[in-house]
Every structure is written in structure tokens, then in C-alpha cells.
Design a protein. Structure first.
Length: 432
């Protein structure tokens, strides 16, 4: 593809532009925050503003269970996985029937848990035996993956084949090969307040964690030094489980309140630490949190990106708070942020040279896979009255990792007929 400013055929691109036709009749599926409350011995979920709280599982009704911790959801299959450190078990709860099954037993302090949905595997830390395990989703075929001292909290980087994890008391963050647990590296060492939640922003090359005893949410470049540690949120009581919503640029965490001075909340803030903390839920002793940000209902998207106190004219489908001419419903469709001007998010025309001919094309970005309830259709016209698609167009480049962002993709759609100079070509991206 030839950049317009270097294109010898640039005079032919003058007539290329983009029109948006947005029709959002489909509500999509609902998303949730899932969290464990160890003090109440319960598993809950709510919407992204902490409303509509639903009790999913009661640990007091599970034989031998009273210290629920670590949580991950697999809504597509209809399950929630969690650990019980006192009972020494890993459980799986059915979201439809509310039945809870023990899938792994005889553990010595099982802690945080993660899931690889594609490969059908769960991972968890067994703190007191110094092992990170892996098993099938039903708990069968348990493997000892990583031998390490007091593992506590973990995240999977499936793109790069790595597993990241912290330890219970020494204040370290490690990385190892996810295939066999080899090549353990120390990334961060000597954090005085103890590492709890560990999470990655791979596109930005940043590592985030909760600092339990110092009451902080912190981050550092993956390849950075101790001097580059940045305090994002301070004066917390006991931040514990943590997760990032990278597209929305939000951090969610549980504050157990164990150190006093408040806490006992599920909270969130901005990934750069710029905004005020929002409290989403207040409980007995919230311990860990997991967000399911895959659903595509507009209400979910809005509550993920906008604060609870945002007025409807700002957070509604026709709002344009960053004044970039892309209203919120279009920002949602293109996977861009409604509060940040991102010029690359605007679909752009270009020319493609092939077999001695020049073909007009349109490139746009979106979240990987698009929004399931939306139909993305590129159409072209020479007179702005009759619009063609289908046989008139071809996808020149399939969804690819050209953006170096695992949650986004770039798509180029090319006209099958070359430019002949006799009439202009107009594009529009239609969202039905």
C-alpha cells in the first residue's frame, strides 16, 4: 500500500472519503465483574458500575469450604473457577445450575487461578508447596508446571508463551516459559509491601501489580529498573486481586481491608492513575476480581469506559466527549477510546498497485473479531446514489497483528475494478 503523501497517483485519491451509517438495534450480551468475598465466603458478580449484584455461590453451602479466593470466569462455557485455601481445593461453579463441583483436591493453600480458554487449561498457584499447576478444565491431568517459592497470583501471556507470577512475601515478580515452566526470570525484586495482583499491558510493555502492605497500585516498564516504578494509586488499605481492562484503560482491584483504614471494596481507577478511584462494591472482605469484557452490549461498553457519574449526554450513544467527530457508538464499533482523540481510528482511503493497475481501497481498525452483533460492510459508489458491496470488493489484507496489539486488528477492503480516471470513487463503512 502506498502512503498518500508519496503516491504518484495522488490526484486520483481526491474523491475518496468515508461515510458512516450506524444502526445499533442489537443489544448484545451482558458482561460482568466477578469477585470473591472471603469474609462472606461468597462469589458474586455485578455489572461494570457495581450495580445489579448477584450472589452466585455460597461457600458455606460447600462442604469444607470457607476461605474462597482466586477467581476466573468462563461465561462461554458457563463456569466460574475459584480456590479455597483452607479446604485445599479448586472448585468449578456452574452459572446455570449454581452447582459447585470440586475438581482438584489435596492442595496446600491453592491461591490465584487463570484460564487458557482456547487450549482448555486452568493454571493455579499452590503456595505452600511452591508449585504452579496446570490441568484440564475439568481438573484432570494435573501437571506440576513451575517450581518456585510461594507463588501467589499469576497471569498468562499466551501470545508470547510466558507465564508471569509473584511470590507471597519476598516482593518479586517472575516470568517463565508457559510450555514447560523453564527459564524462570526475575523481573522485579524487593518490593517492600508484597506483590499481590499481577497484570500486563503487553502493547505498552508495562507490568502492573498491587502492593499489599504499602497500600498502592503500581506499574513499571517490563524491561525497566526499580527507579522506574510508578505509584498510580496510594493510601489504600490492602489492595489484593487486580485485573486490567486495557481497551477501556481501567484497573480493577479488590481491597480486603485487612490492614484497617477502610477498604473492604471492589474499586477501579485509570491505568495512568489520573482519575479518582471509583468504589463499585462494599463487602465483608473482597479478595479477588475478574472482569469479563468480551460481551458487546452498548450499556456494557459505556459502563466500562465512562465513570459512574458521567451524564447521559456524555456517555450515551450520540455523545462525542473527545470531539473527534466520532460519536460513542462509532468509537465502540471501531474499538477506539471515546475520551481520547486517536487519528488512526478514522477509516482511511488509499491506493493499491497490482498488475500495473491502481485500485482504490479503504482501511479501518476495530477490536479483534469486531462486535458480534454488528455487521461491518464497506460499500463504494461513483455517484453517491448507488452503493455496491459484495462482488465489487475484496478484503486485501485479512485481520492481522500489524498493530502489535492483541485486542485490535486492521482490515483493508479493495475495489475489484481499477481506477480509470473517468469518475470518482467514494467509500463508506456501514455498521448495521
Amino acid at each position: 500500500m502506498i502512503p498518500n503523501e508519496l503516491n504518484p497517483f495522488r490526484p486520483l485519491t481526491v474523491a475518496l472519503f468515508t461515510i458512516f451509517t450506524a444502526i445499533f438495534a442489537h443489544p448484545g450480551e451482558a458482561g460482568h465483574i466477578y469477585f470473591s468475598d472471603r469474609g462472606a465466603s461468597k462469589i458474586y458478580r455485578s455489572d461494570f458500575h457495581g450495580n445489579n449484584v448477584e450472589e452466585l455461590f455460597d461457600g458455606d453451602a460447600i462442604p469444607g469450604s470457607n476461605r474462597l479466593r482466586g477467581i476466573v470466569a468462563d461465561p462461554e462455557r458457563g463456569f466460574v473457577y475459584f480456590c479455597d485455601s483452607t479446604a485445599g481445593k479448586v472448585f468449578r461453579g456452574n452459572l446455570e445450575t449454581k452447582k459447585v463441583d470440586e475438581i482438584v483436591g489435596a492442595q496446600n493453600f491453592p491461591a490465584d487461578i487463570a484460564i487458557d480458554q482456547k487450549s482448555g487449561k486452568i493454571y493455579w498457584c499452590e503456595k505452600d508447596r511452591d508449585i504452579i499447576h496446570r490441568a484440564n478444565l475439568d481438573g484432570s491431568d494435573v501437571e506440576n508446571l513451575v517450581s518456585t517459592e510461594s507463588p501467589y497470583f499469576l497471569q498468562l501471556d499466551l501470545e508470547s508463551g510466558k507465564i508471569y507470577f509473584g511470590d507471597f512475601s519476598a516482593g518479586h515478580v517472575f516470568r517463565a516459559n508457559i510450555a514447560d515452566g523453564s527459564d524462570v526470570e526475575t523481573l522485579v525484586s524487593g518490593i517492600s509491601g508484597r506483590v499481590r495482583g499481577v497484570h500486563l499491558d503487553l502493547a505498552a510493555g508495562m507490568l502492573y501489580w498491587a502492593n499489599r502492605n504499602d497500600g498502592k497500585i503500581q506499574r513499571r516498564p517490563l524491561d525497566g529498573a526499580a527507579s522506574e516504578i510508578e505509584d498510580l494509586y496510594t493510601n489504600l488499605s490492602t489492595p489484593h486481586g487486580m485485573m486490567l481492562d486495557i481497551p477501556a484503560r481501567k484497573i480493577y482491584w479488590a481491597d480486603t481491608g485487612t490492614n484497617g483504614g477502610g477498604g473492604k471494596k471492589i474499586q477501579r481507577g485509570d491505568m495512568n492513575g489520573s482519575g479518582d478511584i471509583e468504589t463499585l462494591f462494599t463487602g465483608s472482605q473482597p479478595w479477588d476480581v475478574y472482569i469479563d469484557a468480551t460481551p458487546d452490549a452498548y450499556s456494557d461498553w459505556s459502563t466500562r469506559f465512562f465513570r459512574k457519574d458521567a451524564p447521559p449526554e456524555i456517555a450515551g450513544p450520540k455523545g462525542d466527549p473527545d470531539r473527534d467527530t466520532l460519536v460513542n457508538e462509532v468509537e465502540r464499533a471501531l474499538g477506539s477510546h471515546p475520551l481520547n482523540v486517536e487519528p488512526q481510528s478514522v477509516p482511511s482511503p488509499s491506493l493499491i498497485i497490482a498488475d500495473g493497475n491502481v485500485f482504490p481501497a479503504l482501511t479501518f481498525e476495530r477490536q479483534r473479531g469486531g462486535i458480534p452483533s454488528l455487521n461491518y460492510k464497506v460499500e463504494l459508489s461513483t455517484d453517491l446514489r448507488l452503493w455496491n458491496s459484495g462482488d465489487a470488493l475484496t478484503i486485501q489484507s485479512p485481520p492481522a497483528d500489524v498493530l502489535n496489539q492483541p485486542d485490535r486488528e486492521s482490515i483493508t477492503v479493495q475495489a475489484l475494478a481499477p481506477l480509470d480516471g473517468s469518475s470518482p470513487t467514494h467509500f463508506r463503512l456501514r455498521l448495521d
